[in-house]
Design a protein around this ligand. Structure first.
Ligand code: ATP
Length: 359
């Protein structure tokens, strides 16, 4: 990948606290990248480093081959949108957007009109921020950030102050705007749904490190670490132990060893070594009936919850040390299962879908 923005060995501490630990990241031109992670993992700190809003301790940031590590914000080529809108309260929507523009008045006016149209606010150009809804203010902030056609768009949790309906709408709007303009974009979010929906690539961060970089589907389907599996989407965790012969034991049951994401090959495991197994609720395959056939294990159905389009089934597997798991099924699948009471899990299919992580 030829990289448009290249980050090498970036480090940042505040007093004695290390917030970014030797980060490397490459972003291609026109890419939409989301920095995703829990509160305090360093997402905003990384974005502020790219923006030049804080000094860098070590490492480098290069944009289009130009080292920008020590450049002041004004000499870097980006527009930025914050969670708090940060509009000038005494300027109209149009004047907020025009703020950073230079050149002849006619030209600036034309550009502002173009940007107002781009974010669908032509009719509100004379309104002041206090007269605009949160979503409208954020559209103005977005237009202002894009006004000078910057090489990079930085978005710091731009949607988290908005209510759910507006947020859902703006997600799609920002995404289609970004695709239309093909502007390289980095967005900070702690909302995994938002990251999966909007990003071309998701950068999952934890404790100042990058845990995984990948396309949304890759991060969801093949979480590279236990942290990523637990943070992105929902899942079942099961305790098991290695049998020392390349397989595993889960309660009384023996099973083939599943894949180890993030490991090129299966690690050497000793007999009895504990493992964590991971399985998404929608990956749990079930058969109806009161008795398990060969190659199946029986589960009791403890709970059935309607979540609108799907049902979530709570199961306990006695043979697996009474461990519990949740299965998500469609209405059709549920009807075919003929619950309630009992169901069984096919062992080889389940083993094929499980992922193993170090305990
Ligand atoms: P959030 O979603 O809560 O903003 P984040 O992942 O963006 O989380 P950062 O804002 O990057 O996290 O903060 C990472 C850590 O660095 C936090 O522990 C925070 O308290 C600390 N930190 C950030 N900025 C400063 C600062 N200017 N001075 C001291 N500590 C700071």
């Amino acid at each position: 990948m030829s990289s448009y923005l290249s980050i090498r060995g970036l480090e940042k501490s505040f007093a004695a606290r290390t917030v970014l630990q030797h980060l490397d990241l490459d972003i291609a031109k026109g890419e939409f990248v989301c920095l995703l992670g829990p509160s305090g993992c360093g997402k905003t700190t990384l974005l502020r480093q790219i923006a030049g809003l804080d000094l860098t301790d070590a490492g480098s940031i290069t944009m289009q081959g130009r080292d920008i590590t020590r450049l002041p914000p004004a000499q870097r080529d980006y527009g930025i949108v914050f969670q708090s809108y940060a509009l000038f309260p005494n300027l109209s929507a149009a004047d907020n957007i025009a703020y950073g523009l230079r050149g002849p008045r006619k030209q600036r006016q034309a550009r502002v009109a173009e940007l107002l149209a781009l974010v669908g606010l032509e009719h509100l150009q004379g309104h002041y921020p206090a007269q605009l809804s949160g979503g409208q203010q954020q559209r103005v902030a977005l237009a202002r950030a894009l006004a000078t056609a910057p090489g990079l768009l930085l978005l710091d949790e731009p949607l988290s102050a908005l209510d759910a309906r507006v947020r859902e709408h703006l997600r799609l709007e920002i995404k289609s705007l970004q695709q239309k303009l093909h502007v390289t974009t980095i967005m900070v979010t702690h909302d995994q749904e938002e990251a999966l929906l909007m990003a071309d690539r998701v950068v999952v961060m934890n404790g100042g490190r990058i845990e995984q970089i990948g396309a949304p589907l890759e991060v969801y389907r093949d979480p590279a670490s236990r942290f990523v599996a637990g943070f992105v989407g929902q899942g079942n965790w099961l305790d098991a132990t290695a049998d020392g012969k390349g397989g595993l034991r889960i309660g009384m049951q023996e099973m083939a060893m599943p894949v180890w994401p993030g490991h090129a090959e299966q690690p050497q495991l000793q007999d009895g070594q504990p493992l964590k197994l991971f399985l998404r609720p929608e990956e749990v395959s079930l058969h109806g009936g009161d008795a398990a056939l060969p190659g199946q294990v029986m589960a009791s159905v403890d709970k059935l919850e309607l979540l609108g389009p799907i049902y979530r089934i709570g199961l306990t597997v006695a043979a697996w040390n009474h461990q519990q798991l949740r299965a998500d099924v469609t209405h059709e699948q549920l009807a075919a299962l003929g619950l309630p009471g009992r169901a069984s899990l096919p062992l080889s299919l389940t083993a094929a879908r499980l992922k193993a992580y170090p305990a």
